[in-house]
Write a protein that binds this ligand. Structure first.
Ligand code: GDP
Ligand code: K
Ligand code: MG
Length: 272
C-alpha cells in the first residue's frame, strides 16, 4: 500500500488539533518530538489508513527561532509531506496568511482549510469570497468548522482529489525588484538545491538565514556574489533584507484581502 503523508500546519489556536482529532478519531499515537517536550500527535486517517496524518506544532512563521518553528520547518523541508493542510483561522485571515505564504515559498503542496467559519458568521462583520481567495493563491480552499464538524467530508474529498491531481501552484510573486534579487540568487544555487525548493532557499539566503547558509555548500565566489546582490537590493529599498521580505509578504496579503474580503464596516462607511 502506498502511504500518503498528510500534515496539518497553522498558527497556534487555529484549530489544528481539533481537526486532527476528527480526521483520525481514535487512531492516534501521542508522543514527543525528539529532544523537546512538545507533544507529537500522529495517526491514520479514519476510514482510510493509507493516509498518515501529522499534527504539527502551531507557529506564526517559518523562521528558525522557537523549537516549534524549527520542528515544523524541518518537517516540511526534510520529511517532505505529500500534502499539507494549512489550517487558517478565518477570523484572523491576514495574520494566518503570513504563514501560508511562507509554506507556499517552500513549494509544498497545500490545501487551505479555512476554519472557524461558524465564528466568522457569528461575528457577522466580514465575508470572505472563497473562490477569489483560491484563485488568487492558486490553491484549493475549503471552508470548515472543526468545532462543529462542518464540511469535513468536503475537506477529505479535496485531500483525495489532490492525491490524483497534485496541486501545482505558482509561487506568490513579490515586488519586482525583490524578484530580480531572488532570481539572481536562485541562479547561484541551481546546482545545489532541488528545483522545487530553490525559491525558498533563495529567499532565506536573501534574509541571511544562518541555518540555510550552513545547509548548502556555497563556494567563496558564490557567497560574494550573493552578498553583493543582497547589499545592492538593500540600497534600492533603503531597508534591511529580512524586512524587505516581511513587507513584500504583507503587501501581497493586502492585495489578497482587498480582492477577497468584504468588511461590513467598509460598506457602512462608503454609504455615509
Ligand atoms: P491548535 O492550537 O491549532 O491545535 O487549536 P485547537 O484545536 O487546540 O483549537 C483552539 C481553540 O479553538 C479550542 O478552544 C477549540 O475548541 C477552538 N476551535 C477549533 N476549531 C474551531 C471552530 O471551527 N470554531 C470555533 N468557534 N472554535 C474552534
Ligand atoms: K492550543
Ligand atoms: Mg494543537
Amino acid at each position: 500500500m502506498t502511504m500518503t503523508d498528510l500534515a496539518l500546519i497553522g498558527n497556534p489556536n487555529s484549530g489544528k488539533t481539533t481537526l486532527f482529532n476528527i480526521l483520525t478519531g481514535t487512531n492516534q499515537h501521542v508522543g514527543n518530538w525528539p529532544g523537546v517536550t512538545i507533544d507529537r500527535k500522529s495517526g491514520k486517517l479514519k476510514h482510510d489508513d493509507s493516509y498518515n496524518v501529522q499534527d504539527l506544532p502551531g507557529i506564526y512563521s517559518l523562521s528558525p527561532y522557537s523549537s516549534e518553528e524549527i520542528i515544523t520547518r524541518n518537517y516540511l523541508l526534510q520529511s517532505h509531506p505529500d500534502q499539507v493542510i494549512d489550517v487558517v483561522d478565518a477570523t484572523n485571515l491576514e495574520r494566518n496568511l503570513y504563514l501560508t505564504l511562507q509554506v507556499m515559498e517552500t513549494g509544498t503542496p497545500l490545501i487551505i482549510s479555512l476554519n472557524m467559519m461558524d465564528l466568522l458568521k457569528k461575528q457577522g462583520n466580514r465575508s470572505i469570497n472563497l473562490k477569489k481567495l483560491s484563485y488568487m493563491l492558486g490553491v484549493p480552499v475549503v471552508s470548515i468548522s472543526a468545532l462543529r464538524k462542518q464540511h469535513i467530508d468536503k475537506l477529505i474529498n479535496q485531500v483525495k482529489t489532490a492525491k490524483d491531481h497534485p496541486i501545482n501552484y505558482t509561487y506568490p510573486k513579490y515586488d519586482s525588484r525583490l524578484e530580480s534579487a531572488i532570481d539572481m540568487i536562485t541562479a547561484q544555487i541551481k546546482d545545489l538545491v532541488p528545483e522545487p525548493q530553490q525559491r525558498w532557499f533563495a529567499i532565506k539566503l536573501f534574509e541571511r538565514d544562518e541555518d540555510i547558509n550552513n545547509a548548502i555548500d556555497l563556494n567563496d565566489a558564490q557567497k560574494q556574489e550573493i552578498n553583493g546582490i543582497i547589499q545592492d537590493t538593500e540600497k534600492i529599498f533603503d531597508d534591511l533584507s529580512d524586512s524587505i521580505v516581511v513587507n513584500a509578504r504583507y503587501d501581497f496579503i493586502a492585495r489578497v484581502i482587498n480582492m477577497c474580503v468584504v468588511d461590513s464596516n467598509d460598506f457602512t462607511e462608503s454609504m455615509s
